[in-house]
Design a binder for this molecule. Structure first.
Ligand code: DQQ
Length: 660
């Protein structure tokens, strides 16, 4: 039976049964005092420690490389006087030698030539108005989201010292509605040997009596990844301002054969019929991504379950695994412990190698703690991605107050690190999205901005059945265009869809390799240009492309093209997207949330989602515009839209005097 009694002094009964082994002893640690995973896995895993050591060595060599700029705390702000200098390309790595995915995009600017002369005006415009971001400094993964005593809590990976990854603590904010936020004091800082190199990603579990436990990864004094337990120091405080770390930490250490740099990000726990809680931790053996399962009755002692929840060869390290049920019979979200008829389980892994959040739907077999994908061809890491744009390390939680499952993801930067330092912040969280099973396709999830987003809608403009002929751009007259919620519906004329004149062998279309919105096909691309200036020198197209095979079969793609999003030469510009299922009788629909430098785009009710991170230099403030476009050669399109101006969210520090 579960108990939630964590004493503040270590209880010998409840502490882990073996002492912590430092990194150098790891390879030789006798297995006798720990449970081993399946024999076959143990064999496969034995090489991982060596690999981890090699990674550490590579990391060390990097810091001696004269082309590497080691930036730790002492940052040189980007100054406009330097803008005309030819900057030598420089590499920098943050996180990799510590054993997490790369946390920097680029240090300086253009790889060839002068950096772009960013002005303060341009940089300040980039700050978002209704996405969550800290007041300043660096943020990455969302951590431990939960609803408690009337408040939504969001914790996040945060560097209180600067706008780059490092010194990772848990930032903390609360909200009544997932939109307006109050910044609270830091929840947990790296101050113990078992997390001194970082209070990394973790999850919260709410127990049936309403109490909360948090498990998070600590990077130890020896940079070993261990799992630690924390809990509210004062559970009567709805703001959960003070957190206690369990004195017996770490509660889980890397098992034999698992690399000490490859063991992180515990999930929310779920309760199983045998009276035990289970949770999973991401890892890898060689190039196979895996999720290990632990069971516990008290959250202080854990047993490694034989085997793995799931493994997919070739997918590399699995970070930030998330595992939760969805209902196949109704729209409600489900508590993490729910299983049985009418339930499928989503398994999501954030792929360290590609920085993408892959998921698949499948069945969880509690009797042997395995999860089997519905469609092995679209397994985790090789099939569907939550968001084809800039969105990583995501996490869901069950909102018991509204019976829904809510997803957050980290939207990172793709400008230069120097620009981030200059503007004083880096990264944003996505709009919280409700996740449901797609009852129509039955093969994917749907993501949709939480209903509360609509509370920010101000005035709106409606455009009914606007003709957008092949090869045209149509301006839409909206007052300002930097904070928008857009709903658009597109109808392609039937003659083009059915006619033989539009047949092309482009069934193998791919958003990323297609030449973007400028690449013309018979039936696409068509859609919206947002964050565009009057001359269209800057524009971010979000669009559909219908590909028609020689057999007349149609496939629809949903894409976003950043390649002309900025005149600056020192920002990332990608074309993202994927196939979007469109069922018989459905219209083509998209919803876009435009918030300064972020565009979150949802197609067909959230079947395919793309987040764009863009850095316009001209299409900012009052100069930003919206257009319809149709770059198809053989199809006329009619578009109907409703465009709301969006208010700014109230996101401020909490003060004690504040009325809560
Ligand atoms: N971020 C955390 C890790 C996690 C990674 C460190 C994913 O726990 O694996 O900041 O972005």
């Amino acid at each position: 039976m579960y108990t939630n009694q964590f004493s503040t002094s270590p209880d010998p009964e409840n502490t882990i049964p073996c002492s912590y082994n430092p990194l150098t002893d790891e390879a030789e640690a006798p297995a006798s005092d720990r449970r081993s995973i399946k024999v076959i896995l143990s064999t496969l895993l034995s090489g991982v420690f060596l690999l981890a050591l090699v990674m550490v060595l590579i990391g060390d060599q990097r810091s001696e490389d004269p082309t590497v700029v080691a930036v730790k705390g002492d940052y040189q702000p980007y100054s406009s006087s330097k803008t005309s200098e030819i900057l030598k390309p420089a590499k920098v790595s943050r996180g990799v030698s510590e054993g997490v995915s790369e946390k920097t995009y680029r240090l300086f600017s253009a790889e060839d030539g002068a950096s772009f002369p960013w002005s303060n005006l341009m940089l300040s415009w980039q700050r978002t108005a209704f996405h969550f971001q800290p007041e300043n400094n660096w943020m990455n993964d969302p951590n431990g989201p939960l609803y408690y005593k009337g408040w939504y809590h969001l914790f996040y990976q945060y560097n209180p010292d600067g706008a780059v990854w490092g010194n990772i603590t848990w930032g903390h904010a609360v909200s009544k509605d997932l939109i307006h936020w109050l910044y609270l004091p830091l929840a947990m800082i790296p101050d113990q040997w078992y997390d001194i190199n970082g209070v990394w990603t973790g999850s919260a579990t709410q127990l049936p009596d309403g109490s909360i436990v948090v498990l998070y990864t600590g990077s130890t004094d020896k940079m070993v990844q261990v799992q630690n337990l924390a809990y509210p120091a004062d559970p009567s405080d709805p703001l959960l301002l003070r957190w206690a770390k369990y004195p017996g930490n770490p509660v889980i250490i890397p098992p034999p054969g698992i690399g000490s740099l490859d063991f992180r990000d515990p999930t929310t726990a779920w309760f199983t019929p045998d009276g035990k809680w289970r949770l999973t931790v991401g890892s890898k053996f060689h190039k196979t991504g895996i999720s290990l399962v632990y069971q516990t009755t008290n959250f202080t002692t854990y047993d490694l379950v034989d085997g793995v929840l799931h493994a997919v060869p070739g997918t590399g390290m699995w970070e930030c695994v998330d595992f939760f049920p969805v209902s196949t019979t109704d729209e409600n979200g489900l508590d993490t412990s729910v299983n049985g008829p009418g339930v499928k389980h989503v398994l999501k892994a954030s792929l360290d190698d590609t920085k993408e959040d892959y998921y698949a739907l499948g069945t969880y077999y509690v009797e042997n703690d395995t999860w089997i994908p519905d469609n092995p061809v679209a397994d985790v890491g090789i099939g569907m991605i939550y968001d084809y744009g800039n969105f990583y390390a995501s996490k869901t939680f069950y909102d018991q107050s509204k019976q829904r499952r809510v997803l957050w993801g980290w939207i990172g930067e793709t400008d230069s690190e120097n620009a981030d330092i200059e503007k004083g912040w880096a990264s944003v969280q996505s709009i919280p999205r409700v996740v449901t099973f797609d009852h129509k396709t039955r093969s994917n999830i749907l993501q949709w901005p939480v209903k509360e987003t609509e509370s920010l809608r101000l005035s709106s403009d409606e455009f009914d059945k606007v003709e957008v002929p092949a090869g045209s751009v149509v301006p839409l007259n909206v007052s300002t265009a930097t904070q928008l919620d857009i709903i658009a519906e597109f109808v392609v004329d039937n003659a083009s869809l059915e006619g033989t004149g539009t047949i092309e062998a482009d069934g193998g279309y791919d958003c990323s390799t297609s030449g973007g919105a400028a690449g013309r096909g018979a039936l696409g691309p068509f859609g919206l240009l947002v964050l565009a200036d009057k001359s269209l020198a800057e524009q971010t197209p979000v669009y559909f492309y219908i590909a028609k095979d020689i057999d007349g079969h149609l496939k629809t793609f949903f894409c976003a093209d950043e390649s002309r999003s900025s005149l600056a030469n020192d920002v990332g510009k990608h074309v993202y997207g994927s196939l979007v299922p469109v069922l018989d009788g459905e219209k083509l629909t998209m919803r876009l949330l435009v918030d300064h430098s972020i565009v979150e785009s949802f197609a067909q009710g959230g079947r395919t989602v793309i987040t764009s991170r863009v850095y316009p230099t001209e299409a900012i403030y009052g100069a930003a515009r919206v257009f319809l476009f149709n770059n198809a050669t053989g199809a006329s399109v009619t578009a109907s839209l409703k465009i709301w101006q969006m208010n700014s969210a109230f996101i401020h520090p909490y003060s004690n005097e504040q009325e809560m």
